[in-house]
Design a protein around this ligand. Structure first.
Ligand code: ADP
Ligand code: MG
Length: 617
């Protein structure tokens, strides 16, 4: 016998599950049945692809055996089984537990007691400790000689022993807590199985002793849910099925169930989750719906079935044309699979379009969770980039509360407006005060406030939408009305020598110094050249090992600002004054700060501010 310690976060999660999922105790049975069913899926697939194992004809089955005398509940399957190493990895750790997101969510769940947060971990097996003081798992893996016994009382450690087991599969033995007797009642077991696990494809058999004789009763109807017609399926059935395949505790946000006829016949039952999983940005995450061929599971996640930007989709695709022994390599170049992928993509995008139109509140929930993933499609799916762009929602200068989309933005164009204006930053609150927006505010022209993690790259690559150019207000010149422009040019002319002087002072840092068309209140701001590479794009290239020189920015000055007027007076009297140099550098520092950066020399800058204070007080 060997003794092992649970890892620290498993201990924490166990405590959390035992204490806070308490009002949902009965789900433990759903979780154990779900695991048994997963294990049989794997075994059945082996039986089809590996004839040496001699598994054909196996009577796949999940057995539930309650015994009140010994206070034990057994859940027995003839699935793939686990060896020692797998028991350690699968029952002693949590797959996602290493990530920062996991630990943060765990902490939040502990503070708030929000069971939906806990549910996101896929606590599965551990939920059985709500009703059992001790659990034994006796398992033998297909093709191996020895069986193992895993035992724990959820007290921080578990033990593993080598044991005999007749045949392959897994027996989970729950030693029920004193006050959980109800789960040994046959009617209670029937009720729970019917409620949560009716669609499971293998018989769930209740074994009982009546007058000394062993009786077996199949509790579930075993109909593959996706093959039933929509009208026959209750919303709860969809939701329970989703939880089984996704290992999520939350209900899905949206269910898509349809049958495609014609060249490729297949049935798809797809779900959009209501919460984003931790690993949505990890390469290691399993993505794609499960692939079935005529009700037999071929793969539990098939990424060939969807484009990566729809990787939040969970579900089942059952095809009647693919061969049963289809291999991963075959899938990659398979025309039928490519067609299914295309068909699903269209269906999902259409569904999202409908949701956006008919249930904006629900759509906002979707977009908050998965909008950034969906937007990747603007970059990767050239054919559908405009369609995907039309699904974006965002706040704008004039719509700070309610989000709008590009079509609405275009409908609200001001007279003479030709381009779609946008600015990218960390948050709406921060962006609203950007000096670059002042001109747009005074003219009432709307500007999109993009705050997505990768928006600078993604929107920068969209270039245009329905024939209208997308234009960053922090880049290049902005087109303004002729009379405004005339005014500006005249003023710039009279300031020319001063602007040249400032440019000369800052030539190391800046590409140019210009009179600003976009500032009305602030003194100065920084903008980028029309063709300059965005900062986030540059960082991306750098992270891929490509050096890209930092492009210098352009300093724009508001010539109507009193400081500029005074500075010009000073220049007219004494063009060589050292004060001009000093003020020019301060202006540049201020522009850096309003761009969210640090002044060139922070301590020198604060000394200068302190001096100014002395002169003011
Ligand atoms: P999940 O089902 O979400 O992976 P669980 O906590 O329910 O998480 O189960 C953890 C892992 O333990 C499973 O992924 C599986 O590898 C293994 N496991 C659990 N029950 C069984 C079983 N009856 N047969 C084989 N493996 C099992
Ligand atoms: Mg599970």
């Amino acid at each position: 016998m060997e003794k092992f310690e649970f890892r620290a976060e498993v201990k924490e999660l166990l405590n959390l599950v035992i204490n806070s999922l308490y009002s949902h105790k009965e789900i433990f049975l759903r979780e154990l049945i779900s695991n048994a069913s997963d294990a049989i899926d794997k075994a059945r697939y082996l039986s089809l692809t590996n004839s040496e194992l001699n598994l054909v004809g196996t009577d796949w089955k999940i057995k539930i055996v309650p015994d009140k005398d010994s206070m034990m509940l057994k859940i027995i399957d003839n699935g793939i089984g686990m060896n020692k190493e797998e028991a350690i990895n699968n029952l002693g750790t949590i797959a996602k537990s290493g990530t920062k997101e996991f630990l943060e969510t765990l902490k939040k769940a502990k503070e708030t007691g929000d069971i939906n947060l806990i549910g996101q971990f896929g606590v599965g097996f551990y939920s059985a400790f709500m009703v059992a003081g001790r659990i034994d798992v006796i398992s033998k893996k297909i093709g191996e000689e020895k069986g193992i016994k895993w035992t724990s009382s959820a007290d921080g450690s578990y033990e593993i022993d080598e044991v005999e087991r007749e045949g392959f599969g897994t027996t989970v033995i729950l030693h029920m807590k004193e006050d959980e007797k109800e789960f040994l009642d046959e009617w209670r077991i029937r009720q729970i199985v019917k409620k949560y696990s009716d669609y499971i494809e293998y018989p769930i058999v209740l074994e009982s002793k009546k007058d000394g004789k062993v009786e077996e009763e199949t509790l579930n109807s075993m109909q593959a849910l996706w093959l039933k017609s929509r009208s026959e399926i209750k919303p709860e059935e969809y939701n329970e099925f989703y939880k089984h395949i996704s290992h999520d505790f939350n209900d899905p946000l949206e269910t898509i169930h349809y049958k495609a006829e014609g060249v490729n016949e297949f049935t798809a039952l797809l779900f959009i989750p209501s919460k984003k999983p931790f690993d949505i940005y990890y390469k290691s995450a399993k993505i794609g719906p499960a692939l079935y061929v005529k009700k037999v599971q071929i793969m539990d996640a098939c990424d060939e079935l969807i484009p990566a930007y729809l990787r939040f989709i969970k579900g089942v695709v059952d095809s009647s044309d693919l061969p049963l022994n289809v291999s991963r390599e075959m899938l990659q170049n398979n025309r039928q699979v490519a067609n299914i992928n295309k068909n699903i993509t269209k269906k999902v995008l259409d569904t999202l379009k409908g949701m956006k139109k008919n249930d904006p509140e629900k759509y906002k929930k979707f977009f908050d969770e998965f909008g950034n993933v969906l937007k990747e499609g603007i970059h990767t799916d050239f054919e559908r980039r405009e369609e995907i762009a039309s699904l974006m929602i965002f706040n704008t200068l004039n719509h700070r509360e309610k989000m709008i989309d590009l079509d609405t933005y275009i409908e609200n164009f001001k007279d003479g407006q030709e381009e779609i204006y946008y600015i990218v930053g960390r948050s709406v609150e921060e962006l609203i005060n950007s000096p670059q927006l002042e001109y747009f505010k005074t003219k009432g022209i709307d500007v999109i406030l993009f705050t997505g993690e990768f928006d600078e790259i993604i929107i920068g690559g969209l270039f245009e939408y329905k024939g209208k150019k997308l234009k960053s207000v922090t880049k290049g010149d902005i087109k303004i009305k002729d009379e405004d422009l005339k005014d500006l040019n005249e003023k710039e002319e009279s300031y020319k020598p001063l602007l040249e002087k400032i440019k000369d002072e800052l030539k190391e840092e800046l590409q140019d110094v210009k009179a600003s068309a976009r500032l009305t209140d602030s003194l100065c701001c920084l903008v980028m050249d029309e063709n300059a590479m965005d900062e986030s794009m540059r960082r991306l290239f750098e992270s891929m090992g490509q050096e890209v020189p930092k492009s210098k920015k352009i300093l724009e000055l508001n010539l109507d600002h009193p400081v500029m007027k005074k500075l010009k007076d000073l220049y007219d009297i004494d063009p060589k004054s050292s004060k001009i140099t000093e003020i020019a550098n301060m202006i540049f520092d201020i522009a850096l700060i309003s761009d969210g950066e640090k002044p060139k020399d922070p301590s020198a800058f604060s000394r200068k501010i302190a001096d100014l204070m002395m002169n003011t007080i």
